[in-house]
Design a protein around this ligand. Sequence first.
Ligand SMILES: [Zn+2]
Length: 477
Amino acid sequence: MQADLVIKNCTIVTPDGLMENAGVAAKDGKIVAVGSSDALPSGSREIDATGKYLTSGIIDCHIHNREPGLEYKEDWGTATQAAAAGGVTTVIGMPNCIPVIDAPEHLKLKFEKGEEKAYVDFQSYVVITSDNATEESVNALNEAGCVGYKVFLGTTIGAIPPPNDGELLDAMHAIAKTGKRLGFHEEDDEILKHYEAQFIEQGLNDPIYHSWSRPPVCEREAVGRTILFSEHTGCPIHEFHLASGSGAQMVLDAKKKGINVTAETMPHYLWFNEEVMRDKGNVARIQPPIRDQIEQDMLWDIGIHGGGIDCIATDHSPHTDEEKGMDDPFQNTWNVISGFVGLESEVAAMLTFVNDGKLTLEKWVDMHSKRPAEIWGMYPEKGSLRIGTDADFTVFDLNETWTMDRKNLHSKNTATPFHGETFKGRATMTVVRGKVVYEDGKVVGERGFGTLVDVDKMPWNSPRKLTEPRAEYKQYT
Ligand SMILES: [Zn+2]
């Protein structure tokens, strides 16, 4: 057999372990061989990756690609070029676009724009509000091919109001029957609005007050409520962007009770603590906010190592420099928008943590490739190195030390607190379905090559089966 692409002489990393002097072969977009370098077939293109590592493609299940409707911030093309350059092979877009992705025709539009422009594979969430919290609407969105559902419990970018709690229960009963998962922006709207108003009234306008207006209890109230509703309805849920270790503790406790809840955190919650608001100002403003050292320590211990957190994503949120107030990072925080880009720093940040001994390569790959695929019904087509599945690979150098300069980023807007940070580790090549889309520091993929991951037609498993909680949590039930 002649393969299309062979990558060899590297170290393969899977959640189960490392294999040295090994490689992979791809043909017609699928993996046809994985094993020791000598045992691989020949390929039309053969890459000697000596000194490098290779893993199943990294998945970012939380990005704001901003299209349709907010292309002045970002579009599918620029977001997925950033993904390719960051070593990310699949992204899942958020629904706070214009139009809001709350109806089958809006989801169709989002998919069409992705097919037209994307450089890596993609999917999208749909949002549930008072207007579509019925079984009929939930089913129509499922049939339209959404990867899962989202509710914004706290006010954030796009100002999409949540359904009331009764409507939410209706929607959750309906979503439970689809086999898909409902993710939350988990912040208590009344708490954050109360403190924000109080601080504004008192003239407390420094960037740190944005963080303090949304304290851990604001996040934990919403985590607790969503877990209770999941227990009641049987609806599988996901906590997006968990920032607090005390919140991760609640997720872990719920898993031990057998509740089907998963959670993600972001590199910025693990890398910075709230002092970044004093050091770098509003560029680090995000919702939920970056928290203090005690919460961050708990996020590592209880979240990453204790099992409270399942996966890593970025909340990649491009805004213009004007919206981010980049001319004066310490200006009145209430005039500045929340969110920043992350697709090109996530792999590097996680590899830096590996180099610092904070987690193993196996654990990182589990959290950044396998688990997001499992949670969102894409595994093992995505997130594995299994023969016959999509040939998505992230190749990386674990030793390269480099400092991020935002002017080298591929997003349309590039404000990020990671500008100026030094990493050890970097993605050097990105392969999507057997095609190299990033190498030698350049995006070499084609616009429109990226395609929708059809989670309703996965060849290996049904989505319902894939949303089961992990076996190790079942022992507690
Ligand atoms: Zn987000």
